[in-house]
Design a protein around this ligand. Structure first.
Ligand code: FAE
Length: 546
């Protein structure tokens, strides 16, 4: 089993490498020029527009779906609107650093849109060239949503925190899903496939790059809070070498939200490489699905716009399939479905489409420490610890101790909090823009702010410290207007059955973060991966291999 996987991964990585050298927008083992004899069944229909299955999106849900479909020898097309991030730029690097952004940073923006937009009230965003960069920020009234763009989706830009939620909360969110199977089979499978690990104690306790974590831990304990290590999909063996100074630094050198040039086990290095290595999966990049319809014979038809990295349209294609898996992420999938419903292109979708959206209760906040309590000039971008007050009945919070790698001493303790808020938003279709719009009320973040304030006020009182008001928009102490963790819009058991089969349609599935109703009590990608494993296993067995 293991050697089969490593062989597949080698083949898949070779195909991705070849595609990047030749700038190909269609990638599989054949276009990767790999000797057909090396694998059992090469892609049969590279030149055809009909596939047994199509997967839209290459984030966690899409990557899992494609691998398992490929393993089942089902000819599958993956479609991704972003780039394959494999080709070094003029500086010899694939990705740019947070403190030196260029066109690679953001998806068609003229200026960076950082979560911490200012320092000492001075705007720190920089002008950049508009380009198919790796991080996108979708801006709506009262809420902005960060997402990854490229082969690997959010895994390219995220902090790789790989947290399994408390089982009791999972059961509250998904009372109809068998938690025994999730915690006995699918979470362990997801963690193993994603390469999840915890930081070795020598780095946590001794590295100058983790001083910020130790400071926050000490203060949390002094205020009576528990802390916990949070697992991560960053390669800690690589980090040991960064610490030793024997490799090029990545987490230790300001790389994360615009991509990591090393260390991070993003999906293009795991699930997607394995999927391509099966020989049954073809990947198209810089292809955006713009419209989905169903023909009378039940076949799904996708209108797909191909662009180049400068944003010019270079082609329009139609692909068809028998089985369609939507995995464009919460924002991508909800948007496709809400548009299809509003325009009558998939008229049987039910009224749950576009509902139950939430930001996972995300709030970012920062405290100002005293000058005798420095948090470190050098900080690793990989967060490894959280203050856990989730069992607080009035104000449940998990506050992750986040890095602020500014290259100067800032005395700042920064936190990304996950809270349990009942507030939910919804999408509607705006015909004037031909877009799905997220609706989130001005007051809907208040319960989350109250919960985080309860925790941080306690720490501030104990430490005689205060909040920073110079880092976020509108001089806010609590950034309640953006999220890294959009969830919902096509919820399991409401818009779909309990395995992601879309109500009203046969052979149409959702398998990504939009299945989770707005909150999961942990950073979401391990849950998205585990649920996707569970759902696609059931779908392949009962719908496709029959
Ligand atoms: P996602 O990963 O968003 O993938 C969807 C893919 O579909 C993207 O590549 C899109 O470009 C593509 N797509 C969308 N629409 C279309 C279309 N019409 N046609 C073709 N392609 C399309 O979906 N989560 C954690 O658990 N731990 C963390 O540490 C963490 N940190 C984060 C930090 C940042 C800055 C961000 C942005 C997110 C972070 N997240 C974190 C969230 C996590 O990355 C996110 O929940 C998952 O990536 C969502 O997975 P999905 O499979 O739902």
């Amino acid at each position: 089993m293991k050697s089969n996987y490593s062989r597949r991964r080698f083949l898949g990585l070779s195909a991705l490498g070849t595609a990047s050298i030749f700038g190909l927008s269609t990638i599989n083992l054949l276009t990767g020029c790999i000797d057909e004899e090396l694998f059992e069944n090469p892609n049969e229909n590279t030149n055809s527009d009909h596939f047994k299955a199509i997967v839209v999106g290459t984030g966690y849900g899409g990557a899992v779906s494609a691998l398992r479909l490929g393993e089942a020898k089902i000819n599958t097309l993956m479609i991704e609107m972003g780039q394959l991030w494999d080709t070094p730029g003029d500086d010899g690097k694939v990705f740019c650093k947070i403190n030196a952004p260029d066109k690679r940073a953001m998806w068609f923006k003229n200026k960076t849109e950082l979560p911490l937009s200012s320092f000492l009230w001075i705007n720190i965003n920089r002008n950049i060239e508009s380009y198919a960069g790796v991080l996108d920020r979708l801006n709506y009234n009262n809420m902005s949503v960060y997402v990854g763009r490229g082969v690997g989706g959010g895994s390219l830009v995220n902090g790789a925190i790989a947290m399994t939620p408390p089982r009791s909360y999972f059961e509250e969110v998904f009372p109809e899903v068998d938690a025994g199977a999730m915690y006995g089979t699918y979470y362990p499978r997801a963690n193993q496939m994603l390469g999840v690990d915890v930081i070795p104690s020598n780095l946590l306790e001794n590295s100058s790059y983790y001083r910020f974590t130790r400071v926050s831990r000490k203060q949390a304990h002094r205020s009576g809070f528990k802390t916990q290590l949070v697992p991560n999909a960053y390669d800690f063996n690589y980090m040991q070498q960064e610490e030793a100074g024997t490799v090029e630094k990545s987490a230790y050198d300001n790389e994360v939200i615009y991509g990591n040039n090393a260390g991070k086990k993003s999906l293009d290095k795991t699930y997607i490489a394995d999927a391509l290595g099966t020989g049954y999966v073809t990947l198209k990049v810089l292809h955006k699905v713009s419209r989905i319809t169903q023909k009378e014979n039940g076949v799904y038809e996708l209108l797909v716009v191909e662009i180049n990295a400068e944003g010019n349209v270079v082609g329009e294609h139609t692909f068809t399939c028998d089985h369609l898996v939507l995995a464009g992420g919460t924002m991508g999938t909800s948007s496709l479905l809400i548009k299809a419903k509003a325009k009558g292109e998939l008229p049987n979708l039910n009224n749950e489409i576009g509902k139950n959206w939430g930001p996972n209760g995300n709030i970012m906040t920062a405290r100002a420490n005293h000058v005798w309590n420095p948090t470190g000039k050098k900080q690793s971008t990989i967060a490894v610890m959280a203050i856990n007050d989730w069992d607080n009945p009035a104000h449940p919070v998990i506050a992750e101790v986040s890095p602020l790698p500014m290259g100067i001493e800032s005395w700042i303790s920064l936190y990304l909090a996950i809270t349990k808020s009942p507030e939910r938003g919804y999408f509607n279709y705006d015909p004037s823009k031909d877009e799905a719009i997220l609706n989130w009320g001005a007051n809907q973040s208040e319960p989350s702010v109250a919960a985080v304030k309860n925790m941080m006020d306690k720490i501030n009182r104990k430490e005689f410290t205060t909040y920073r008001y110079d880092l976020f928009e509108d001089k806010k102490a609590f950034a309640d207007y953006f999220t890294y963790h959009p969830l919902g819009g096509c919820v399991l058991g409401k818009a779909t059955d309990l395995y992601g089969r879309v109500e009203g349609y046969q052979n149409l599935y959702v398998n990504d973060g939009s299945l989770i109703p707005g909150s999961i009590g942990a950073n979401p990608f391990v849950t998205i991966t585990a649920l996707a494993e569970r759902n696609i296993e059931n779908i392949i067995k009962n719908d496709i291999l029959i």
